[in-house]
Design a protein around this ligand. Structure first.
Ligand code: HEM
Length: 397
């Protein structure tokens, strides 16, 4: 019998959010019996459990590999490091670490600065614009397309495939979402296969990620499918989250009436201060694990095999850990936030995302003094990915 996957469950497909439901609680862990998942919110417990081997990814996606599945989407996802643990995860992760390390990202700095300047060139003090639609998506998309050597490929289909695949990361999806994901997985896999097997090679200075993955494939260190899958994960993770985060940051600046010159100055004085934006309002709000052994969380017994949803956004606002958590304060020097997750799956693109956010704030500070909300905002309904769909703002002069 094939292993159970939520996507194969007709009930799951009928209800967009069948397994999860947010519950408010003062306790360290809440069991939602009807939904069969623990919800964990405290910062300390979340950081500790994400870092240990006591919790791991759901093996129904990874270890029970679906490389021979008829579904292009399952084949692609089954090899994503995001969904797998152990030696497989480490082997593939190591290949992509150096191009996204702090040092690797320095090579992208000029390109990020130039592109941010272009994207903000038409913004003027007092002139309203929609930050979510007009500003946020451009920069992260261009950067990731460059990293993957996809710069010369038509952008329309790339954006469409990315959106379709990103939607399949939501816990629970309807049938049209699944079908769009299947089609996008098939087309993107074909394109990435062609890139990896191309005889033309890649210019390392431009397409850093493609170059590193290609070298590993040509050296026989990884299979073609592993390479294609890894590039596809980078393609999606590398920009959809950052695009949402740019919206969250601009919203945070507006809601907290931040002085843009001061904020920019704080980031120049201490680049790590940018982490406060992830603590305050990160683009990834939760991550799922399985208990690999029986756990005692604040006196509650979590059985081996139980599912645990770590509410990263709640942990980042845990008042027993962060003082006055609802206030954006770049001086608090937050390095302990969970906006990039924690433990072995800590975000590979953190340094790149931080660079992009820093540059956006820098450009806004050149336009005016404050950001103000200029109309009705609309937010992504996802329980996992937080960001505005529409964010009308104005930068005051
Ligand atoms: C605002 C931007 C971003 C946010 C909020 C974010 C958040 C996260 C979080 C919370 C995780 C951990 C997921 C888990 O534990 O299940 C993660 C993992 C990951 N992120 Fe990011 N990310 C961002 C940007 C990026 C960028 C720019 C890239 C690549 C260029 C990237 C690539 C990845 C990859 C490959 C993983 C999986 C790592 C692993 O499983 O070992 N992310 N990210």
């Amino acid at each position: 019998m094939p292993p159970y996957l939520p996507e194969h469950d007709p009930e799951f497909l009928a209800d967009p959010y069948p397994h999860y439901e947010l519950i408010r609680s003062e306790g360290p862990a809440v069991w939602d019996g009807g939904r069969a998942v623990w919800l964990v919110t405290p910062q300390r417990v979340t950081a500790k459990l994400l870092a240990t081997k006591q919790c791991g990814k759901d093996p129904r996606y990874g270890e029970a590999s679906h490389t021979d599945s008829e579904s292009p989407l399952l084949r692609l996802k089954s090899l994503w490091i995001l969904l797998r643990d152990g030696t497989y995860h480490r082997r593939l992760r190591d290949i992509m670490t150096s191009s996204l390390s702090r040092k690797g990202v320095l090579a992208l700095r000029k390109a990020v600065q130039d592109r941010t300047r272009e994207l903000t060139a038409d913004l003027a003090p007092g002139a309203p614009f929609d930050a979510a639609r007009e500003l946020a998506p451009g920069l992260p998309f261009d950067v990731v397309v460059r990293l993957l050597g996809l710069k010369d490929h038509p952008q329309g289909p790339l954006r469409e495939w990315s959106r379709a695949l990103f939607a399949t990361l939501e816990p629970g999806m309807d049938r049209p979402t699944w079908e769009r994901g299947e089609e996008a997985a098939e087309k993107l896999s074909a394109l990435l296969t062609a890139l990896l097997t191309s005889k033309n090679g890649t210019a390392a200075s431009e397409a850093l990620l493609l170059h590193d993955v290609r070298e590993a494939y040509c050296a026989g260190y990884i299979t073609l499918e592993e390479g294609v899958s890894s590039l596809s994960l980078m393609f999606i993770a590398g920009h959809e989250t950052t695009a949402q985060m740019i919206g969250n940051v601009i919203n945070a600046l507006a809601v907290n009436q931040a002085d843009l010159a001061e904020t920019d100055g704080a980031l120049s004085a201490n680049p790590a201060a940018v982490n406060e934006f992830w603590r305050y309002d990160g683009a990834v709000q939760n991550t799922m694990r399985l208990a690999r052994k029986e756990l005692d969380v604040g006196g509650r017994r979590i059985a081996e095999g139980d599912r645990i949803l770590f509410l990263l956004g709640a942990a980042n606002r845990d008042p027993t850990f962060h003082q006055d958590p609802g206030r954006l304060d770049l001086a608090r020097n937050t390095t302990t936030h969970l906006g990039f997750g924690g433990g072995p799956h800590y975000c590979l693109g953190a340094a790149l995302a931080q660079l992009e956010i820093t540059e956006v704030v820098h450009r806004l500070a050149r336009i005016g003094t404050r950001v103000e909300i200029a109309g009705k905002c609309d937010w992504n309904p996802s329980i996992t990915f937080r960001g505005p769909l529409s964010l009308p703002v104005v930068v005051s002069g």
